[in-house]
Design a binder for this molecule. Sequence first.
Ligand SMILES: Nc1nc2c(ncn2[C@@H]2O[C@H](COP(=O)(O)OP(=O)(O)OP(=O)(O)O)[C@@H](O)[C@H]2O)c(=O)[nH]1
Ligand SMILES: [Mg+2]
Length: 287
Amino acid sequence: MFCLRLRLSLKPGTSVFTVKVHRVHKLASLHKAVTLPPKKVQNILYPFSSVEPYLDRSVDRTPFQLFHPSLEDLVKAEKVFCPSPSHKIDYFISAERVVQIPALRQPEVCFIGRSNVGKSSLIKCLFALAPDVEVRVSKTPGHTKKMNFFKVGKAFTIVDMPGYGYREPKDFVEMVEPYLYTRTNLVRTFLLVDGSVGLQKADLLALEMCEDTRRPYVIVVTKIDKCNHGTLLMNLMNLQDVVNSQTSSCFPQPFLVSSHNFWGIYLLRCFIAHVAGGIRLRESSHS
Ligand SMILES: Nc1nc2c(ncn2[C@@H]2O[C@H](COP(=O)(O)OP(=O)(O)OP(=O)(O)O)[C@@H](O)[C@H]2O)c(=O)[nH]1
Ligand SMILES: [Mg+2]
């Protein structure tokens, strides 16, 4: 049911074999996460529950819990992110222009956001059960320069985009906009916003661009481990105001994540597997 914990790759060509060990993070899989104390399990699986008690009674909680799959569904979704010989998870291609990307029949999801918001880290975390997949992360903003495609078996493709804002590629718009507007198999765009700093001017422009495409998109709030509950809630409420008043294609529920401690990763895997991987969830799980 769950992946092997270690994978060894032997590099021939040298007199002594080099053994490369790719460790699977201890929280990569749900079966470890659910052994934590119950409150922690609740917060790691459904991170909104960690800030919900601090919300004013008058605030409607419904939009934050529209997608609330069962543990059984989360386990089902996790299998989609678990590689096997017949279900390989791997880097596919990088491109600077949409015309360079082969047309694919399987659905695609992409991750956009400011440089340094945590796009590559999030994808790496989603792929934590496939530690051989190389997703490059860096402290330096503007690290990802091209659109990087990763295949999840024959189920779907995930695209890691370069960031906008500080140190963005000078042809960012020429690279990303045509993709967002014309890629026919794109089923969801995930717009990442840093939860510790909230919506920035550049994010509002990105939001506008997503609205313009008239395609469904979802907001992911990153780095929730980095700030206190008060700051996170204030940024979250401001975000909800903008979503309510300025958007029509945005899914009303923001997904809260931390790639450093795996909060929200299982829920996001489940949402992606639901919208792109074709898994069927129990009736009550989804909006
Ligand atoms: N505290 C904290 N730091 C994070 C988290 N996710 C990413 N980071 C850090 O943020 C920095 C940028 O992460 P990346 O994943 O490379 O960001 P990116 O959005 O892909 O950046 P570009 O490719 O430059 O656009 C790295 O130092 C990460 O370790 C998180 O959930 N919590
Ligand atoms: Mg990146």
